[in-house]
Design a protein around this ligand. Sequence first.
Ligand code: GLU
Length: 285
Amino acid sequence: MSASFVTRFAPSPTGPLHRGHAFSALTAFSAARRASGRFLLRIEDIDATRCRPAHEAAILDDLAWLGLEWEQPVRRQSEHLADYEAALETLRARGLVYRCFRTRKDLAQAALSAPHGPAEAFRGGPIHPNEEDRWLSEGKPFAWRLSLDAARETLGGFHRLRFQEKGEGPNGEHGRIEAKPERAGDVVLARKDVGVAYHLACVVDDALQGVTDVIRGADLFEACHIQRLLQALLDLPTPVYRHHRLILDASGERLAKRKGGETLGTLRAAGVTAAQLRAELGFAP
Ligand code: GLU
């Protein structure tokens, strides 16, 4: 089996797939075929509060209907929490993460008083050890956040962090790109409720699965800045990134699962064939 090109489609089973997912999955699948490489499917179901087995079943069914084939076994993130915990432990042992006890309300207030950055670009830093001990003894829930200050010190700055974009980011980003983790702030790597968060699970899995080329929508381009940093801190290889354009709806808005409306299921029920949809999205029928 060729291991020189390995890509993946990594849906979160929080709702039905739509045309945009079909485009993404077909883009990755076709690229793997062209390169005589491997196409993997990964189910990103760490958030048990939002993911449903019924959505996962529908996703597998839609992808098979589209004509895609993927390797078995499918990696289901909820079955590999120990891998993410081990990565978190590595970061914890090196003092690169800190406990964050802030609630959503605290964070919303902090964002209001710092209107220059998005709420995401949070840089709170650890709290005083006395207070931390008190809250721990009271059983107050906490998340683990990456400390950008500690990361910068460990790596001697972020200037050497680069990644290769072979597709295009939302603002035409292409080629060799300098990662700017500051843009994301001290991201949450382990959520209070779930024990892990997207960025950490994603980089661990891309490495464990030997993914060489990450193919996904341009809406995830921004994630590279922090994912590249995590790869450096965890000593993981950096894949090549190929972000693709987003499929927009008739009014020019991006398709989102939560908006309801058309899904692959409703298209299928309306009699659209997989060949028609593939052709419409620019793939051989
Ligand atoms: N699970 C993510 C999503 O459904 C995709 C993550 C990725 O491709 O890195 O948006």
